[in-house]
Write a protein that binds this ligand. Sequence first.
Ligand code: PHE
Length: 448
Amino acid sequence: MEKSRSKFGSTLGAVMALAGSAVGLGNIWKFPYVVGENGGGAFILLYIGFIMLIGFPVMLAEFSIGRKSQMNVVGAFQHLAPNTKWYLMGAFSIITSVVILSFYSTIAGWTLEYVFLSLKGDFANITASEAKSIYENFISNPYKTIFWQFIFMGMTAVIIIKGVKKGIEKFSKIMMPILFLILVAMAINALTLPGAKEGLSYLFVPKFDQLNSNSILAALGQSFFSLSIGMGILLTYASYLSKEESLVGVSLKVIGADTAVAILSGIAIIPAVFTFGLEPQAGPGLVFITLPQVFQAMPGGTVWAVAFFILLAFAALTSTISLLEVPVSYFKEKLGISRKSMTWLASFVILISGAFSTLSFSVLSDVKLFGFTIFDILDYLGSNIFLPLGGIFICIFSGWYLKSTVIIREITGDSNPSVIFIRIYTIILRYIAPIAILLVMLRTLGLF
Ligand code: PHE
């Protein structure tokens, strides 16, 4: 089975696929707002610091587990930790990817409706209250929302069926540059708007007095979610990397692309929001209510709106394919069934769980647990509990169970890595990273 395992065809393709997973809704609708709220440039410095000190080493550890074992998310642990229960960590990653995909595909589906609405020119001359009612009417329409979620999962499945090289890699190589070009064009356009100065200072002027303990946790949490760390995606994709590939090189490129897209999104969005006298807000409200109003006020607004929602759909699609690949690669190898059958089967299961999430905005809006809808619960569980737990497990597995030299050899390709490097890396993996992630998790859960 191992011999016939697929591989990425080129470094560029692998980086595009990984960057595709990392770049997603988190970069576009969350980062710009969180930066503004937490001291602008001061937060960006903190965020980059965390990415380099914690995100980067944990990413490397997850990469090494996948590349060393050349196996799926369960097989990797069985291979590296035979006759132990560590393989349950792989099973946990599969559950996490299904949970995240269930709510992520709800929003991903919305992006397609918005591509369609902007193509029809529906946002021309809309007022704030019209933008709000278009959004509310749409998300509470069970048929339309389920329809788009089906279409989105269908698109995801079609790419996954084509395989690692002809599917994931090829489509990421098409979608990521388009996404990037649209974003750069939007950012340049935003810089010419009257609100550019105000927007840029909101984003970039460092206001260290606005940093507080919450900002520190927000920076770390955002860095993990944004890099897709801790759920087996990086591990699965790394198992398709060849042994010649430099893991450090690939990680730095992925981190660079993810951070660049987050910062460019801020430049593209915030000045425009200020120009038209609106308030930046986080989450769906920003992209689905505020931005349509911004676009309609711009010259060539329909074109910008179409381009932006295509960008958003691409950002989501390169993330949903990475999420679906985790269960597909495991079950097809485990059960020995074809990629195609396994993809349809997994998509079917996710459509069912995803439908509950989507319908929790309409017919199932009264189904609540502790005041949370099904969508909220899946989002909360996936993003605030499962993802950080996955990150902590990676640290414990690679820092405590495996000797860190095993990981370091895989990273450096050097059989005698320097002692200082081993010491520092071990301290990060054993203590700094897991404790930091644990603190973020407890804080988000309100337990500390
Ligand atoms: N990294 C993606 C983003 O920034 C989200 C994501 C998380 C995707 C986990 C896959 C897995 O939006």
